[in-house]
Design a protein around this ligand. Structure first.
Ligand SMILES: Nc1ccn([C@@H]2O[C@H](COP(=O)(O)OP(=O)(O)OP(=O)(O)O)[C@@H](O)[C@H]2O)c(=O)n1
Ligand SMILES: C[C@](O)(CO)[C@H](O)COP(=O)(O)O
Length: 229
């Protein structure tokens, strides 16, 4: 069965988590968030080599049981998430398509990976995404609503994001060279005028960003572990 490579950006410092270590090394159910994410990916039958972008001075990863796994390739991450992703992409030689998935999203479901990988039957890549549920407001910078944002066809972009490797590598390199702020791979692909498919994903595929996200991730991972009983 054909397997796809994945780049996992995991070189962040987790400022918003306000923890004593980068959030990917916080523990839930006896494992680090990073291990949960990597195991969720590696356990999927169509996921191949994982290119893990780590901070060059990361003092934690080497102590993990998976540090020497042959299905992991370690690369040095960069200043921003996009730099870390590009560093991973530049290590992949023999692939037509690639996924990119945040280390900070440990609650990924295999059904969502399946849905996203179906894009490989076509020409264009895409992203897991969730429709916005709440009314959306844009502030005026002074604590007041400036305007309501129409929420029709408005989505939260999630990860993994899945694109043809050559096109993504070129689009991301070009966007960074031009000085664009790139917060996800789709942003670079959009700038390069590539179509980006929206694949509806599970809303529990949350990005662990703030302290209160940990309790939610604990709940989701507990529920997930029951699924495998
Ligand atoms: N220079 C960076 C910055 C972020 N990331 C990774 O990109 C993912 C999503 O980024 P985010 O949630 O913003 O993580 P942090 O940058 O660590 O968080 P913060 O912005 O709060 O510092 C995370 O897995 C993070 O480790 C990365 O590989 N390289
Ligand atoms: C890639 C991403 O998770 C899609 O929503 C998001 O853009 C990452 O943002 P962050 O600020 O780097 O966490």
């Amino acid at each position: 069965m054909h397997k796809f490579p994945v780049v996992v950006p995991a070189a962040g410092v987790g400022k918003r988590m306000q923890a004593d270590r980068p959030k990917q090394y916080l523990h839930l159910h006896g494992k680090t968030l990073l291990e949960h994410t990597l195991h969720a990916l590696h356990a999927h039958p169509r996921i191949g080599q994982i290119y893990l972008a780590l901070h060059p001075q990361d003092p934690y990863f080497g102590h993990l049981p998976i540090a020497d796994a042959d299905w992991l390739t370690r690369v040095d991450g960069g200043l921003e998430r996009a730099d870390s992703v590009l560093a991973g992409l530049n290590q992949i030689m023999d692939a037509d398509w690639v996924l990119v998935h945040d280390a900070a999203r440990p609650c990924l479901r295999h059904q969502d990976i399946d849905a996203l990988l179906s894009l490989a039957d076509g020409q264009h890549g895409g992203i897991l995404a969730c429709p916005v549920r709440d009314s959306m407001k844009r502030g005026n910078g002074a604590g007041l609503v400036a305007t309501s944002v129409c929420r029709d066809d408005l989505w939260h972009a999630l990860t993994p994001q899945f694109f043809p490797l050559p096109a993504l590598r070129e689009a991301l390199q070009h966007a960074l060279t031009e000085g664009h702020t790139i917060t996800d791979e789709a942003s670079a692909m959009e700038l390069a005028s590539h179509p980006v498919a929206l694949v509806e994903g599970s809303p529990d595929n949350i990005k662990i960003t703030h302290p209160q996200d940990l309790a939610l991730a604990e709940l989701y991972l507990t529920e997930r572990s029951k699924d495998f009983l």
